[in-house]
Design a protein around this ligand. Sequence first.
Ligand code: GLA
Ligand code: ZN
Length: 666
Amino acid sequence: MKEKVTGIYYGGDYNPEQWSEDVWQEDMRLMKKAGVNFISLGIFSWALLEPKEGIYVFDWLDRILDLLYENGIRVNLATATAAQPAWMTCKYDDILPVSKDGLKLSYASRQSYCPNSPSYKKGVERLVRTIATRYKDHPALSMWHINNEFGCHTSECYCDTCAHAFREWLKTKYVTLDKLNMAWGTKFWSQYYYSWEEICAPKTSTTFINPSMVLDYKRFMSDSLINLYLAEKKIVNEITPDIPVTTNLMDAFKPIDYFKLAKDMDIVALDSYPDPSNPNSYHTTPLQYDLMRGLKNGKPFILMEQAISHVNWRPVNAAKKPDQMRLISYQTIARGGDGIMFFQWRQAQRGSEKFHSSMVSHNADENARGFREVCKLGHELSLLSELKGTSSRNKAALVFDFDNWWALEGEGKPSSLTTYMSLMEKYYTALFNLNIGVDVVPTDTDLSQYDIVIAPNLYMIKPGTKEILENFVHSGGTFICSFFSGIVDENDGAVYGAYPGPLSNLLGIYVEEVSPLNADETYNISYDESPYNCTLWSEKVHLKEASSIGHYESDFLKNSPALTVNSFGSGKAYYVSTLPEDSLLEKLLSQIANEKGISQALSVPKGIEVVCRYSDLKQYIFLLNHSLEDQFIKLPDSMTYFDMLEQKTVSQGLTLSPKDVKILKC
Ligand code: GLA
Ligand code: ZN
């Protein structure tokens, strides 16, 4: 692959077709002033590029590509497939998606296509081939931006085309109806199928729909969206084999198995819009960055979109405070970001997003705070080129699995309060507060590089997971798993014999019964002879080989184990049968980290985030001040560091004002 942008990618979505060409000239001046080197172009341009079926108009795109190139700016060229033209929707009746309730959605918005629509797919194939052929040798072309945020507005469709495609997907998966009936448990509620044609899409029904079917529909829809990506990627790869291909992902986005999608992405890209007024977002959002890095086994990613300040799609759209955008940008870079991009370059004058902040705002004032911050960051990033491609070296991992997410949150569970991401975030926050770097990994990965592996929930155990976890612990690793794990197989069929099923040996326990707590209910537990609260869930745990390290003090569970540890081979496996209050989770994880010799890169006061990236020879320590006060950081006596943002050496210690960032090289 050709790397055409040296240094950190910096820029944003650019929609020049909304502006006259004299504005383009001003854009070039301002982009250079801001240090922009990379622009995403043409994302929503289909209607202008193909005014009539098979007739293409490229003159404006030719001109802007030339202009950008002349100004030293490289292009992340979109395939423009995220919103089909109105003429196409009107002409073909298989394009508009159908909601779960059977409502055919209308258009005049965006992404209003069924992911299995033959007409949409045919139009895409023709458009992508035409764009790729036209620009294959354009020197500005540096990356392909396939579609836009797959699944963002239409993540599921329930039309007849999709129902048919679902049946074909099921035939490939199960081959025989017998196997499908068995996997879905269709002897229940008279759901048995005698012919493939009887199987429908799981539209809204009378009450709970067969959970195994719903799970398969989620997998099928995720595959349908991934297939759209793959179809486009195949075309651009054929025509421009050296140009890297990406698409912009959206945080931990439930509808698509991003681990599966990312296998075919040359570089992962993320759109991230944390609510600037949410006081928790600084310690939950970085989970998304760690996930993005984890999608390709530690490879860096690009922050493809973020807001300069406010968005326009929340009920109240808080502005980012001075320096907040900079702090968030560095938080991203610290965790593997190789690019900082924005939605969007110039604030729209018309349309639904005209009140979304942009690099150049409605007031078009280059002295406005937003643009000044954009220029400052652009200048700083130009000093940080050597960070590009550097990696993380974390010793802790968090297991993340889309099948588990889908299955855990299906209908008919013991508690609908148990949500996958909230458990992830609880464990993640504890690690974040301890400044323990963590990789987010799938269930089928090699864990040997880690000392600690945490699965906040493993409701579903897929084939192979048990062995991977047992091998990891057997060879000395520490595994921590929390409640309602080891419950079902990959088809959402419950294990028979005791919970936690395949994890029983590893954890050395069995669970006799589960007892979820109401939203306002709290139990007490005792750990290290101190009392703590716990919420959400409780279980009657019995010890086999494991020992109890904390017990319930409440109700019928009084004195029964709440937290256990089991020695297994040379390692240890912990079980946490409830959701402990934050301080207990932090205490437990800190004790385990100490035992494993994992510590933060520098010792810092509370409120300072410490994260490292590494090249072969250098360590880059990021210090980020999330607190509201100045913070003094004492540096180890014998060490001298290079402060990359100030471009000077430092030793002894340094002070960080609120929201400030330092990057120390050693
Ligand atoms: C998404 C889209 C952009 C824009 C922004 C606004 O990330 O990809 O086109 O709509 O949201 O926040
Ligand atoms: Zn459909």
